[in-house]
Design a protein around this ligand. Sequence first.
Ligand SMILES: NC(=O)c1ccc[n+]([C@@H]2O[C@H](COP(=O)([O-])OP(=O)(O)OC[C@H]3O[C@@H](n4cnc5c(N)ncnc54)[C@H](O)[C@@H]3O)[C@@H](O)[C@H]2O)c1
Ligand SMILES: O=C(O)C[C@H](O)C(=O)O
Ligand SMILES: [Mg+2]
Length: 464
Amino acid sequence: MAATMSIILRLELDREKGSFGEVATAVTRAGGDIVAIDVIKEAKQKTTRDVTVRVNGQAHADEVVQTVRDIQYVSVVHVSDRTFLVHLGGKIEMRPKVPINNREDLSRVYTPEVARISQAIYENPDLAHTLTIKRNTVAVVSDGSAVLGLGNIGAAAAMPVMEGKAMLFKQLGQIDAMPVCLDTQDTEELILIIKAMAPTYGGINLEDIASPRCFEIENRLTEELDIPVFHDDQHGTAVVIMAGLLNALKLVKKDIKDIKVVVCGIGAAGIASTKMLLNAGITNVIGVDKEGAITKGKSYAHSMWDWYAEHTNPHQEKGALSDVLEGADVFIGVSAPNILTVDDLKKMNKDPIVFAMANPNPEISPELAEPHVRVLATGRSDYPNQINNVLCFPGIFRGALDCRATTITENMKLAAAKAIADSIGEDELNEDYIIPSVFNKEVVKNVSAAVAEAANKDGVARKL
Ligand SMILES: NC(=O)c1ccc[n+]([C@@H]2O[C@H](COP(=O)([O-])OP(=O)(O)OC[C@H]3O[C@@H](n4cnc5c(N)ncnc54)[C@H](O)[C@@H]3O)[C@@H](O)[C@H]2O)c1
Ligand SMILES: O=C(O)C[C@H](O)C(=O)O
Ligand SMILES: [Mg+2]
C-alpha cells in the first residue's frame, strides 16, 4: 500500500497550440487528482502554471508526470514534492522571548548581568527550574537505530522524525522540545551523553532506539537522573494501545479478563504493550516475533524474551503467527509491513479487533482487512482510528513537567491511557471512533491532569 502524496508540476503551455484542458484530462486519466492550479506567469505566447496533484506514491507520481510530458506543446519545467518543500531548512526554529535592542537589554540578558543568574543557580541548583528553559524543555533523543519501521537509518536520517515530534510537543503540549540525534549506537556512550546533557532539560523523550538496547538505556537513565525519562516507542505506544483496547472492548462487549491477544513484534513497543496488557488483567497474551510464538523452554538471544516467555502464553501455543491467531480476539501488530493475511484474520474469534500499527505501512493494508474485522486501527493519520503515540507523549510530559515529576510511574501511564479512552463519550463510541483524534483539544488537557494527579498519589511530584 502506497501513501498518498502531493506533487506540484510547473508547466509551460503554448497558449495558442496547447490547452490546459488536455493536461487536466491526461492527469485525471492517469488517476491523479488535481487539487490546485496556480497561475505563475502569463505571457503572450506562454503561460506558466503550477498544478498540484494528489497521487498514490512515487511510482504513480512518475506515471502522472510522464503522461503530462507526453502532451505536445506542454513542457514540464520541474516537479516538486510538497512533503520535501515543507522540510526545506527543517521544520522548527528557536526564537528569543525578549528583544535585544540596546546596550541595556544586552547587559541584562547577557554579560554582565546574566552572571548574577548563573551565580544564583550555582548557589541553589533548584533555581534552574525557574530561571532557565529547563522547566518547559524536553530533549527528543534518538540514535537512529529503529526509526519508524524504516530500521537502522542513522542519526542524520532520524532528524526529520524528531523534528516532527518536537513540533507536536509544542503544538499539542506547549512544550519546547529539542531534537537531539546522536551519532553513536553504543549503549554506554548513549547513557553517558544523555546523562551529561540532562541539566538543560526537564525531561528526556527517548525515540526510535532499537530493542533490546533501549531497555538498558531507559532503565539506567531512570535510575540515575531526577527528571522523567520516557521511551516513547515503548510506553507511549503501550498507553495508546491500552486506550484503544479499552474502548474497542466496550464495543464488542468482551471482558478484558477473557480475551486472547496476539502481539506481533516483540521489540520496544511489543514488550511495553504486553506489560501494560498484563497489568490491566489480560492473562492470555501470546507474543510472536520472526521465529514464531515465544514459548518457555527455548533459549533466546536477548533476556527480555526470556522474561516474555515466563510471563505470557499460558497454554504454551507454538508455531507461526497464523497458527497462534486461531481463536484470538485481538491482534496487535508492532512489527513490519504486510505480514498479516486475510486468511489469518479469518482464523480469529468473532468480532476481531486488529491494531496494525507498523509505520509507515501497517501489518495488513486497511483495504484488505476492513471487511474481515470488527474494529481496525493503524498508526496512520489517513485512516480512521489512528493509534499513535502522539496521543500520549505531549500530555504525559505536560503533566510530568507541570508537577515536576522525578519519573513516570506505571500509575501515571495507566491514568494517561484511561484519560485518552475517556476522551470519547460512550454515545460517540463506534467502530471507526475508538480513539480520539490527535486534534482533539481535550486529550492533552485530560491526560496531563490525570498524569499529574497520579504523580502526586505516587509521591513523585515535586510541585503539588
Ligand atoms: N503506531 C505507533 O504509535 C507506533 C509506535 C511505536 C512503534 N510503531 C511501529 O511498530 C514497529 C516496531 O517498532 P519498535 O520501536 O518496537 O521496533 P523494534 O525494532 O524494537 O521491534 C520490532 C520487532 O518486530 C520484529 N519483527 C520484524 N519483522 C517481523 C515479522 N515479520 N514478524 C514478526 N516480528 C517481526 C523484530 O524482530 C523486532 O523484535 C515499527 O514499524 C514502528 O513504526 C508504531
Ligand atoms: O513516529 C510515529 O509516528 C510513531 C512511532 O513513534 C514510530 O516510531 O513509529
Ligand atoms: Mg517512534
